[in-house]
Design a protein around this ligand. Structure first.
Ligand code: FAD
Length: 627
């Protein structure tokens, strides 16, 4: 048995993004000894990259906004496949989570009256995104970290030790979860720098590991988004839902090749930017789908008036939900009206003054200047779709964030249900605050309610060590970088933005081949900072999550939100009632089952006009008043 460092905690949070930090604060404030584990450096989670803002119906800029309007927008954006209870809790609680952040020290941009300012974003009826320029995620993470430091200072006073009740384990990757009689008992991982192993014995684990984008070749996601939390949940017997729904953000950089995929925030469009094809045509007016026609402007004149008079004009079509805009750009490029680099133009230079652009979009200005030598105050940007966000994720109880395995919780991007088939921009930062808090609270309550602590079994620990060491011990094994490249090719080419039956079948066959090869992955070198070894361990997570996505994408024979089937181009009301649930068989194979989407409560259904519901629901559902 290898030498293993051991720790005991009441609650272990895997992930130090917004969801993980908010969960950890809540668990610690409930009196739990809490660990925060992060694969990357502390403060370098995805949340820090969030630019546009956090959606919360505070009504600061337009007093017509309230939780019911936000709820409606979220359900529309998700094309009514959302877990309605999550969407309801999110819409109701997001304002409190934002105000609470200010009590932790956050400083959002202000309106002239001194209220928290809110900006427009796609799919949101009113200006709703609380923001700090285009660096909102940075402020969010800074504030949550500051709150953790203040809690540690309290602990230092009381116990003489900063780490007494909340400790951060940075650059530490979890590779296995353990169970005792079906209940969570701990987590196992390694320190990235030394390669030494570490065991956390804990009855409650909160997964806050973010998304899966690194399975795709063009993505806005960074190296740590390898679907670890999704895979850990699956392997421990929990379920994932709706993994076919991936958000391809319409505007990633397309040039130069080295930065392809890096995000261009939606705030550019929220603040007046428009999309043009290579003929100079503002093309989004040609792509407003019937379900949204009533809410979007028909002419450029009306769209432009909306920025100053939103009560009497309809929104510009550039602010349609992301799936619609991404498909429109894809169609323009395919029709030969794209740029040489395969994108379209996003123009803010001709729409706002340089001073306005520099104030609202400082990061975008620097990003384009430094990476592409483009001055966005003078020139248009070149943009195209990039894999950005996974709507599918760990199936959780909406109120408690509990997964199917006792002691396991999930919050933030790793969880599923809240966003249905497509997430609205800004709804992730608010989601991770609302459900991060709930996960922390309920994980603490779960631990407090246990009469005995589940124990980690030595045999399970041995197996985890063996699995972690295997790639190092395999001489002449498959190269992890080549495998990663091949996996990204399969997912990008065959399970991308537009999907077809034959290609999806091909992807499943290719993923099966990759599964065999990944079992033979080898990583030469020792355990001390060995990125090849780290990737080798991540690959099995990316693979199983990709299998869920490909199989669910083949099964769902309709187009909805972040899942577009060329062979089934329309939404099908019968499929709206179905969640696709992904689990693992005893043999470790991916299995799909159908599960009914929860039925919305009548008073929530009443928030929508019947004519609108008719676009999504079957006649039978409407007749019986259930959805
Ligand atoms: P993250 O913030 O990614 O944190 C995941 C954490 O898990 C990290 O600490 C990581 O190291 C850790 N981790 C992962 N695997 C392991 C493991 N095996 N062991 C230990 N630790 C692990 N959303 C909005 O609402 N508004 C925006 O303006 C916005 N802009 C965005 C801009 C960009 C460029 C990107 C990429 C995303 C943006 N999003 C935005 C989406 C949003 O930022 C993310 O969905 C959200 O931050 C996810 O937060 P999280 O806490 O779930 O995960």
């Amino acid at each position: 048995m290898a030498n293993i460092e051991k720790h005991h905690y009441d609650v272990v949070v895997i992930g130090a993004g917004g969801a993980g930090l908010r969960a950890a604060i809540e668990a610690r404030m409930a009196g739990m000894k809490t660990a925060i584990i992060s694969k990357s450096l502390f403060g370098k989670a995805h949340t820090v990259m969030a630019e546009g803002g956090a959606a919360a119906a505070m009504g600061n800029v337009n007093s017509n906004d309230n939780w019911m309007v936000h709820f409606r927008d979220t359900m529309r954006g998700g094309k009514f496949l959302n877990n309605f209870r999550m969407a309801e809790l999110h819409a109701k609680e997001a304002p409190d989570r934002i105000w609470e952040l200010e009590t932790y020290g956050a400083l959002f941009d202000r309106t002239k009256e001194g209220k928290i300012s809110q900006r427009n974003f796609g799919g949101h009826e009113y200006p709703r995104l609380a923001h700090v320029g285009d660096r909102t995620g940075l402020e969010l993470i800074r504030t949550l970290q500051q709150k953790i430091v203040s809690l540690q200072q309290e602990d230092k006073k009381q116990y003489g030790d900063y780490d007494a009740r909340i400790r951060v384990f940075a650059e530490t990757t979890i590779t296995e979860l353990f169970q005792d009689n079906g209940k969570i008992s701990g987590a196992f991982g390694y320190y990235r720098e030394t390669g030494e192993f570490v065991l956390f014995e804990a009855p409650a684990i909160i997964l806050a590991t973010g998304g899966v984008g690194k399975s795709y070749k063009v993505t806005s996601n960074s190296w740590e988004y390898t679907g670890d939390g999704h895979a850990l949940a699956l392997r421990s017997g929990a379920t994932l839902i709706n993994m076919e729904f991936l958000q391809f953000h319409p505007t990633g950089m397309v040039w130069p090749p080295s930065v392809k995929g890096i995000l261009v925030t939606e705030s550019v469009r929220g603040d007046g930017g428009i999309l043009k094809n290579s003929d100079g045509k503002r093309f989004m007016f040609d792509y407003v789908p019937d379900v949204f026609r009533k809410q979007y402007a028909e002419t450029p004149e009306e769209a432009d008036r909306w920025y100053t008079d939103p009560d009497n004009n309809r929104r510009p079509p550039e602010l349609l939900p992301r799936d619609e805009v991404a498909r429109a750009i894809n169609s323009e490029v395919k029709a030969g009206r794209g740029t040489k680099a395969g994108g379209v133009y996003l123009d803010i230079a001709s729409r706002r003054t340089p001073a306005e652009i520099l104030k609202a979009l400082p990061s975008m200005y620097h990003q384009f200047k430094e990476l592409a030598d483009v001055d966005i105050t003078k020139q248009p940007m070149e943009v195209g779709p990039t894999c950005h966000y996974v709507m599918g994720g760990v199936e959780v109880d909406p109120d408690t964030a509990a997964a199917a395995v006792p002691g396991l919780f999930a919050a933030g991007e790793v969880s599923g249900g809240m966003h249905g088939s497509n997430r609205l921009g800004g709804n992730s930062l608010s989601d991770l605050l609302v459900f991060g808090k709930r996960a922390g609270e309920h994980a603490a309550a779960y631990t407090a309610g246990l009469s005995a602590r589940p124990a980690v079994k030595p045999a399970e620990l041995d197996a985890a060590v063996e699995a972690a060491l295997a790639p190092l011990q395999r001489d002449g094994g498959e190269n992890p970088y080549a495998l990663h490249h091949d996996l990204q090719e399969v997912m990008g080419d065959l399970v991308g933005i537009i999907r077809r039956k034959g290609e999806l079948e091909e992807s499943i066959a290719k993923l099966a081949e990759l599964r065999e090869r990944i079992q033979k992955v080898g990583a030469p070198g020792g355990r001390q900072y060995n990125p090849g070894w780290h990737l080798a361990l991540d690959l099995r997570n990316m693979l199983v999550v990709s299998e869920c996505t490909a199989k669910a994408a083949l099964e769902r024979s309709e187009s909805r939100g972040g899942h577009t089937r060329e062979d089934f181009p329309k939404m099908d009301p019968v499929w709206r009632k179905v969640n696709l649930v992904c689990s693992l068989t005893e043999a470790g194979d991916v299995e799909l089952t159908h599960q009914p989407v929860p039925t919305m409560r009548p008073e929530l259904l009443d928030l929508f006009e019947r004519s609108e519901l008719g676009k999504y629901m079957t006649d039978e559902e409407l007749t019986h008043g259930a959805a």
